[in-house]
Design a protein around this ligand. Structure first.
Ligand SMILES: Nc1nc(=O)c2c([nH]1)NC[C@@H]1CN(c3ccc(C(=O)N[C@@H](CCC(=O)O)C(=O)O)cc3)CN21
Ligand SMILES: CC(C)C(=O)C(=O)O
Length: 350
């Protein structure tokens, strides 16, 4: 059952979005004590800062991440140590930038892009070209995390060779480190084909949204003995085929925990309880970057309210433009007195 975001208040422990973002913003600030909003230098300060704050560069170069780059072997080590793997979706440069800065181990360019990024009805509509455009933007922002691109519906099911061709495009054009594809036993030859080319594959079993029309919607999987056995067999099959990890989606927690124990590769849960080796969530869901009343899956925990913060900022901007409070003098460019006088004279009588 979906819960209305309206019906819920901000969860406890939620940090306001501006605080969560401040370490990121400070990396673009010329000096730690000086930003356009805090700088006390009088007018000429624009001359100091204006090029730094130009919007021509894509928010500047992503900050250097001191942490180790996450690789597939490193994920395996984390799994052996029993250290949970953190994974989140990102669909563009800014969302990847903040996820990478927050220390996510894996960034997934999920085909949920279709629904939350492009406003489509379901994930099946999104094209390879569209996924690749977003993959490239995510890759540019990501310095530390492992990046995985989601093969969209129709781009890998026809034959293993088709899947490999698409996967290669995700590596060469999308600049991803690996790919994800949905399915169990039936995908074994496909996974073998892609991994034989040295491309890491993340599996995805349980609720596979690309098959929602066959499943009858976004339905919880593995709720009967037979169905739970099927989810386990699918997970074991994709492991055998060469997946480095597997997403287990919308499965009862007890079932997912048993599956996680039976696997030797990491299991990444979404709506699958805390027994998996890691967790994944869609970023716009967990940051609350959607209007009140939107239906979100039961497993989502909303850690922030980016919508409310953006709304507050844009409404304040609207009000200040309407009342001519913005732009203030510190947001303007100075001109020498004599040049201005000359200009006033030059236009006199025109
Ligand atoms: N924004 C977003 N977040 C997601 O997690 C997500 C997407 N989109 N799009 C693709 C899939 C679809 N997902 C979903 C969506 C809804 C439920 C959901 O609400 N299921 C019902 C159970 C329905 C049933 O079994 O009858 C639930 O109560 O959670 C589950 C997974 C996860 N993925
Ligand atoms: C929810 C995750 C696992 C996904 O597949 C997506 O974002 O498309």
């Amino acid at each position: 059952m979906y819960r209305s975001a309206l019906a819920r208040s901000l969860p406890r422990g939620t940090r306001p979005a501006h605080r969560a973002l401040s370490p990121l913003l400070s990396s673009f600030t010329p000096s730690p004590s000086c930003s356009p909003s805090s700088c006390s230098t009088p007018i000429p300060h624009q001359q100091i800062h204006q090029t730094r704050w130009s919007s021509h560069s894509p928010m500047g170069t992503p900050p250097e991440t001191p942490r180790k780059k996450i690789t597939v072997p490193l994920l395996r080590k984390m799994h052996e140590r029993g250290e949970p793997i953190t994974m989140i979706t990102a669909h563009d440069f800014p969302s990847a930038h903040v996820a990478d800065a927050a220390g996510m181990d894996v960034i997934l360019v999920g085909d949920s892009l279709a629904m939350v990024g492009l406003g489509m009805e379901d994930t099946n509509e999104v094209l390879v070209e569209e996924m690749l455009l977003h993959c490239r933007s995510v890759a540019r922002a990501t310095k530390g995390a492992l990046t995985i691109g989601d093969l969209p519906m129709g781009s890998y099911e026809i034959a293993p060779s088709q899947a490999l061709e698409t996967a290669i495009r995700f590596i060469k054009e999308g600049r991803m480190h690996g790919v994800k594809l949905e399915g169990g036993k039936e995908m074994v030859p496909t996974i073998q084909k892609i991994t034989s080319a040295g491309i890491p594959v993340l599996g995805h079993v349980g609720l596979t949204p690309q098959r929602q029309n066959a499943l009858g919607g976004f339905r919880v999987q593995g709720r009967t003995t037979a169905d739970a056995v099927k989810v386990l067999e699918d997970a074991l099959a994709v492991q055998e085929a060469g997946c480095f990890a597997v997403v287990v989606e919308a499965v009862p927690a007890e079932v997912a925990a048993i599956i996680a124990k039976k696997l030797s590769i990491p299991s990444i849960g979404i709506g699958a309880g805390s027994g998996c080796s890691g967790q994944v969530l869609v970023q716009v869901d967990m940051t609350g970057n959607f209007p009140p009343g939107r239906r979100i899956p039961k497993f989502v925990k909303q850690y922030g309210n980016v919508w409310a913060e953006s709304l507050r900022a844009i409404e304040a901007y609207r009000d200040e433009v309407k009342s001519r409070q913005y732009p203030a003098v510190e947001h303007t460019y100075p001109i020498k007195e004599e040049e201005l006088e000359g200009f006033v004279k030059a236009v006199e009588g025109r």
